[in-house]
Design a protein around this ligand. Sequence first.
Ligand SMILES: Nc1ncnc2c1ncn2[C@@H]1O[C@H](COP(=O)(O)OP(=O)(O)OP(=O)(O)O)[C@@H](O)[C@H]1O
Ligand SMILES: [Mg+2]
Length: 572
Amino acid sequence: MELNPYQERAVIANGHCTVLACPGSGKTRVLASRAAYLLEAYEQGRVCAVTFTRDSAEELKSRILTTCGHANASRLAVGTFHSIALAQLRRNRSSGLGRLISEGERLSLIRRCWKQHAKRHSLESVIQAIDSSKSKIDWQPVESAAIMAALTTYGELLHAEGAIDFSDLMLKAVQDMNTKSAPPLSVRWLLVDEAQDMDEVQMEWVKAHARQGIEVTLVGDDDQSLYSFRHAMGYAGLKHISEYLSSAVMSLPINYRSPDNIVQHANRLISYNADRAPKAIEAFNKLHGAIDIMRVADRWSEADLIAAHIAAKSDRESWTVLGRTNSMLDAVEVAFVERNVPYYRLGGKSVWDKTVGSTLMGLLHSVAGGSWTGLANTLFFCGMAPALVNDISRVLPDATCLERLDAIDHDHPLLENSKSDREMFASIQEAMRDWVQQDRLDRPALVIHAVSAWLAERTTEENATLLQRLEGILCRMNGRLLNRVVTATTRCKSISSGTPIMTLHAAKGLEFSNVWIMGAEEGNLPHVESTPEEERRLFYVGMTRTKGQLIVSSAASEGAESRFIEESELPQ
Ligand SMILES: Nc1ncnc2c1ncn2[C@@H]1O[C@H](COP(=O)(O)OP(=O)(O)OP(=O)(O)O)[C@@H](O)[C@H]1O
Ligand SMILES: [Mg+2]
């Protein structure tokens, strides 16, 4: 693999080293080349390369093995912090580790504790407190007694159920090493990519390895630290650990990814953040990348603009759409489907799998002779109490939807307490009879329109607009109702090529031919729930993903144009 002299120096460095460098300067290339170099240059000793997501670990492994060949594969371990810690714990504890619960199970368990102790607080604040307690070594208890009680119960329940969660893995690995009840990984070199995202516990794990004589290479960029809400240590952390290890700190000053003008705009933007590692950067590519700033009336017009623009291009697949939140990407997905532009969503649910889409599809499925679940979810979506929905769902469990609805009449004891639930139930009872009848007569468009209108009347204006667009897509399809439901919900899953759509967070570490950043409004980017510094880093990461063109768009109805457009001096 070709390397410039700065990269070469980092690849063959002796001892601990930290490579702090800008986007696209070849940090990941250096990490992969260094791993390959160590395996080839030394006949003995294992290398472990760690990163944060499964996808980037796979990518890293294949980059290393492409460089050094498979002959040394047995001396190489590549994984996420969690997977490596899990393997470490399993090797050293023959029993007693506990069952690792899934993310879904973790959330239901937290919900149980929240409901029991801290209902007056948000679920989010309980999740935050639990995450925080496991991502710091010196953790300060939270002030709220209710949240503390939820947190304590969470720990007790995990213990009682013989389970552990993902965050426990790192914590236990560190504790085991510190108490000498477990050895460190049996490797000679430990390499970490995206090291700015390490939290305190992950950093302690790296330090514990260094104390045992393992040589540590960290590569990262403090300007791309995007997870301070998950306690990533960013610049302060990188500085601390580099000083602790007395690492040689190096930089890579050449950006190989983006055109010169875009690198300069990105630099102007990030210079607004204080407390950064000093880093020079110069673009290798002296070409000029086209930049466009667009402003439209509202989110749907923005989505239409994106889809129409990309649909008209001969190189559709060279574009990638990045958004601050997953929900703003829904509008783009719908606009792509409407124009038959192939796309895929990376690291986020499709609009058909989210609440509004899945409720509509579930209800249509129930109408077309499918299960009761879609109808039950609809009642819940429209505001019926979950306990009542569950009770109703127990009546005549083996019958059809219509038979089940008919088994509950207007003065059924289940409905006696709430007038609004009674009315909603009567309304869906009558509507279902009609919809099922129309479906039997094979009038899918009529049913789709009626079902969508029924739901739209019982939800927010924003959801109603989305329903209308989904209705349009289904109405334009061919075939019977059931076929349309199946086709629409499986189509997005079967496609893995086309224009990628993803959040700015998911784009970190990746690169694309052309980038479109949407939703550049005050309130969204910077987002109200975050800090301007962190959001500036997000915009910076977005801009520096492009190898060619950059488009930034915003919607007037959502807020004023993002300050980041002005700060980066993008041409208006
Ligand atoms: N010496 C080089 N010669 C040619 N191309 C290079 C060189 N170094 C890196 N590149 C290319 O530049 C691009 C960016 O490299 P890489 O992804 O390793 O950068 P990075 O610093 O890890 O970026 P990020 O900060 O976004 O993670 C890649 O396409 C890579 O192949
Ligand atoms: Mg990288």
